[in-house]
Design a protein around this ligand. Structure first.
Ligand code: ADP
Length: 324
């Protein structure tokens, strides 16, 4: 029988709460027993002392032991409340850390599964294409189609490997190497390669004429544009418009990528930037991906001293805004 980390942490939490409750009850009972014994002793003492002791002295002595018992009650109660709060806080932290570990392990497992799938499918498709080309006499038209499919798979593989390499370098204290870049050329190159992979994609590019060169790291900026555009296409219905806009305001570069797709629920808007994170709904699971794209985008933007935000588009969809 396999016992999960979650059940073990719940068992430990349960045991600690019961043990603590038992200790508090024990303290209370002991205090009460002592109070009753002292009370009985007092009665006996006054009875044997006869009329030498006044009723007033007896009442005072009784009040004294009663006060001691009340003080002890307050102490057990306040210590109990304080320790329960400390215990609850500590247990909550442990539980949270355990849950996080479980989630990370799950995400890593999902990542391995999806990366294997992402690598295997284009390799298998390429193999089949090359076998078909080498074994048969084909019409020029068919040959062209097969070549363009093969090229699409090769582009996908190349992008995947570039993402993996960049993610590995980001782990290793990556620093951008800024140089003057022509933003429009970068965006049009990304759009072209995406159009090969997603022939129905409808990408609109709004870069103002004579846009001044942008100071940024070339592979980094390319990865940002590529990943944001790719997501906008992937998580939208076929043929839906995806809009890329660039502007300069107050000396800052602002890039927005807006789509009219499935959108991102509010409670997951932060999580999507975590490594390997993918939203667990059916629409996302049907789409290929590794959960690395937005992690790379966020790290690259932060390394440039910039910010990235995500908001809902209207009437539906998502808008990502990068400011550098
Ligand atoms: P993936 O390889 O899964 O696309 P990303 O890191 O690029 O990984 O994105 C993380 C998750 O964020 C995606 O799996 C998807 O659930 C969600 N997401 C990202 N971009 C969009 C978008 N434009 N619209 C809706 N969901 C998105």
């Amino acid at each position: 029988m396999k016992i999960s980390l979650k059940s073990i942490s719940r068992l430990v939490i349960g045991y600690m709460l019961v043990a603590f409750g038992w200790w508090a009850l024990h303290q209370w009972n002991e205090g009460h027993r002592l109070f009753e014994t002292e009370k009985a002793l007092l009665e006996t003492r006054y009875e044997s002392a006869g009329t030498n002791q006044t009723q007033q002295q007896k009442a005072e002595a009784y009040k004294k032991i009663e006060r001691r018992w009340q003080k002890q009650q307050r102490m057990v109660l306040s210590e109990g409340i304080f320790l329960t709060l400390c215990l609850a806080f500590g247990l909550w932290m442990i539980n949270r850390a355990a849950n996080r570990e479980v989630m990370l392990a799950k995400q890593r497992r999902n990542f391995l599964l999806s990366i294997t799938h992402e690598l295997k499918s284009p390799i298998a498709a390429l193999q089949l294409t090359l076998e078909t080309i080498s074994k048969r006499e084909l019409k020029r038209e068919t040959l062209e189609k097969l070549c363009s499919n093969g090229l699409r798979d090769a582009v996908r593989l190349q992008q995947l490997v570039e993402d993996l390499l960049l993610a590995a370098r980001l782990e290793d204290n990556w620093r951008p190497l800024p140089e003057p870049l022509d933003l429009e050329t970068i965006v049009r190159d990304c759009a072209r390669s995406l159009q090969t992979r997603f022939p129905k994609a409808n990408i609109r590019i709004n870069v103002p004429p004579n846009f001044l060169p942008v100071q940024a790291d070339k592979p980094g900026l390319t990865a940002v544009v590529q990943n944001l555009l790719e997501n906008a296409i992937k998580y939208s219905p076929d043929g839906e418009t995806v809009e890329f806009t660039a502007e300069k305001t107050n000396g800052k570069l602002r890039l927005t990528v807006a789509d009219h797709g499935i959108g991102i629920p509010n409670d997951q808007k932060n999580a999507v930037f975590e490594k390997f994170y993918r939203i667990g709904n059916e629409e996302v699971r049907k789409t290929t991906g590794t959960g690395l794209g937005l992690y790379i985008v966020k790290q690259v933007v932060s390394a440039h001293g910039g910010t990235i935000t995500v908001a809902d588009n209207h009437p539906k969809g998502t808008v990502f805004t990068v400011e550098i």
